[in-house]
Design a protein around this ligand. Structure first.
Ligand SMILES: Cc1cc2nc3c(=O)[nH]c(=O)nc-3n(C[C@H](O)[C@H](O)[C@H](O)COP(=O)(O)OP(=O)(O)OC[C@H]3O[C@@H](n4cnc5c(N)ncnc54)[C@H](O)[C@@H]3O)c2cc1C
Length: 370
């Protein structure tokens, strides 16, 4: 069956791979050109490992870092450290996404790069997509894998897209002095900054901040000096590391509000279905896992070029809710707690007194290996 996929991040790339393997005719439309950098902490939970290795999607060739230790620091210099039960690997999206896109091309998937979907219509039980090049694509099934913020949200009149989005995300690659097996979360007023190794002795420095702080201080580096560097550990990172980009990669104005999983029969995967707060380090695992369950539902409910749309939508909604709904909720509450100084201190104090609590937060924002 013909299936068009909007967005070539992990959710789009993995769905395209699973569906193409089963003989479906896939078009993947990505508005940028591979390879490219995107805002992401690039810390991938090991719950994905078995799936990635079984499907040869693990970027072994790039020698990803292995992460098994977590440190949290606060603005007042307090520090909490703990081992990670499951752990993670670190790989830049620049390398990984391009590797996956190349794999798809070799399998015969039509990958349209530098081509955005600018319009979508659903009529007579089929979708018609219009690309920025003017090309029209028709298919009975469309997967929306267009990430946390897209023109598509406006086109589909999605409710969360009408409200204020207070967050910004900023990413750099740097060279710095940090053990390669460690992920550090540095808290600052209104946000937090993650630091962990990726491939080739490089480190990812990625933070979630507030648009209002950017506005107040007039620029990214001014905000970093005035807000992030209030945390002494972060100040030292900014002063003693080599920053490898001329400019950071920035994403503006996105939100963690709940989203509709299916919009006018378009099936959402990854961040387009629901964005977990980066604090949890689980967005990529969720993007991969949602792509897997959605593709399996499509495979189950299509036969001889016919789709049982009702059963497909019911099945996907049920599986998605069981796997992700609670995780997103716990993520939002943890985000709220750590977005104020008082909340962050209380959270840290609680985790120091009752280490079980910290483990429990991690457990509830991560999934089981799949
Ligand atoms: C600050 C920050 C730090 C993070 N750190 C981590 C972390 O360390 N670990 C982790 O697991 N997760 C992290 N995440 C979350 C993670 O990046 C996402 O959950 C993950 O990338 C989601 O994948 P996706 O495929 O849904 O979306 P994306 O990877 O965002 O891909 C969506 C794609 O759709 C394309 N697109 C959009 N609109 C259109 C259109 N109209 N037409 C064609 N293409 C379109 C975009 O160009 C993009 O390539 C972080 C997020 C933020 C904001």
């Amino acid at each position: 069956m013909k299936i068009n996929i909007i967005g070539g991040g992990l959710a789009g790339l993995v769905s395209a791979y699973i569906l193409a393997q089963k003989g479906h005719e896939i078009c993947l439309i990505e508005k940028k050109k591979y390879p490219f950098h995107r805002v992401c902490g690039e810390y991938v939970s090991n719950e994905t490992l078995r799936f990635l290795k079984d499907h040869q999607l693990f970027p072994e060739f790039a020698n990803p870092s292995q992460i098994n230790h977590f440190t949290l620091t606060l603005q007042n210099g307090q520090k909490l450290e703990m081992p990670l039960d499951l752990g993670a690997f670190g790989i830049s999206r620049y390398v990984w996404d391009a590797f996956l896109a190349e794999k798809l091309k070799q399998m015969g998937v039509q990958v349209y790069e530098q081509n955005a979907v600018v319009d979508v219509q659903f009529e007579e039980d089929a979708f018609q997509l219009t690309l920025s090049s003017g090309k029209k694509l028709k298919s009975p099934i469309v997967i929306g894998a267009f990430g946390k913020k897209s023109l598509m949200d406006q086109k589909l009149n999605r409710t969360f897209a009408q409200s204020q989005s207070p967050f910004i995300g900023v990413k750099y690659h740097i060279r710095t002095d940090l053990p390669k097996n460690e992920i550090v979360l540095h808290n600052f007023k209104g946000g937090y900054c993650g630091l962990s190794a990726v491939e080739n002795d490089k480190y990812n420095l990625c933070y979630l901040g507030r648009r209002k702080d950017l506005k107040k201080h007039g620029g990214i580096s001014e905000m970093e000096q005035a807000v992030l560097c209030q945390n002494p550990y972060l100040k030292s990172v900014f002063e003693n590391s080599d920053f490898l980009f001329n400019q950071p990669v920035v994403i503006n104005a996105f939100s963690f509000a709940p989203k509709q999983l299916i919009e006018n029969h378009m099936l959402m995967a990854g961040d387009a279905a629901g964005l977990i707060t980066p604090l949890c380090g689980n967005g990529m695992a969720m993007a991969i896992h949602s792509a897997k369950i959605l593709s399996e539902c499509i495979i189950r409910h299509t036969k001889n070029d016919q789709v049982n749309r009702y059963a497909l939508e019911m099945d996907y909604r049920q599986e998605w809710n069981v796997l992700f709904k609670k995780r997103l909720w716990v993520g939002r509450q943890t985000q709220k707690l750590f977005s104020t100084n008082l909340g962050a201190h209380t959270g840290m104090w609680l985790m120091q007194q009752v280490p079980f609590l910290a483990r429990n937060v991690m457990k509830n924002t991560h999934g089981e290996p799949f």
